[in-house]
Design a protein around this ligand. Structure first.
Ligand code: ZN
Length: 193
């Protein structure tokens, strides 16, 4: 639970620590702005992916479903700096599917927390396994980390890629290849179209 009062006090102290005059015009409202912003960008900590993922439909198909290019924004817990990029989420249903918007909603719920990219990737995969009980899940995240690119540890625009595989994806290079093929295929058709 975000305690906005504590955050206001902490930001004031942080600004003092930086040698800033917390009373000057541009900074006077900053503690309050950040407190309100944190309530929004960390709202995922109070949300449960079980809610969007409970709205399932019954299907006969067991063909891979891929939702690609789900834009997300998260905060690295080591530096409290943003990392952001795209999530590609695929699963092979076993009788149950969800609306595509629910996959994006699931990504958002886990992204809006203090995170590390690897855990975020795994949590999305685990939530799908738990609530959809599919035959398998594969999640790929590609993200730029401001804590790396802003400090010059990495070139701006460089991406960190993380992968989580569950169920039948775990031991099937063939299925993993198909995931990447589908990812490329859609990219190609977008360029051509
Ligand atoms: Zn970091």
């Amino acid at each position: 639970m975000v305690d906005q009062d504590k955050i206001r006090k902490a930001v004031r102290l942080l600004l003092e620590g930086m040698g800033e005059d917390t009373g000057r015009e541009g900074l006077a409202e900053t503690p309050d702005r950040i407190a309100r912003m944190y309530a929004e960008i960390f709202a995922g900590a109070e949300e449960d992916a079980a809610v969007p993922l409970s709205k399932v439909f019954t299907v006969d198909s067991s063909e891979m479903v891929l939702e690609k290019d789900i834009v997300f924004y998260s905060m690295c817990e080591h530096h409290m700096m943003p990392f952001f990029g795209k999530a590609h989420v695929a699963y092979i249903p076993d009788g149950k599917v969800v609306g595509l918007s629910k996959l994006a909603r699931t990504v958002e719920i886990y992204a809006k927390r203090l995170q590390i990219q690897e855990r975020l990737t795994g949590q999305i995969a685990d939530a799908l396994m738990e609530h959809l009980a599919p035959r398998g899940v594969m999640v790929v995240l590609e993200a730029e980390h401001m804590c790396m690119t802003m400090r010059g540890v990495k070139k701006p625009g460089s991406k960190t890629v993380s992968v989580a595989v569950r169920g039948i994806f775990e031991n099937s290079g063939e299925l993993q290849d198909r995931f990447f093929q589908m990812l490329r295929l859609e990219m190609g058709s977008r360029i051509d179209g």
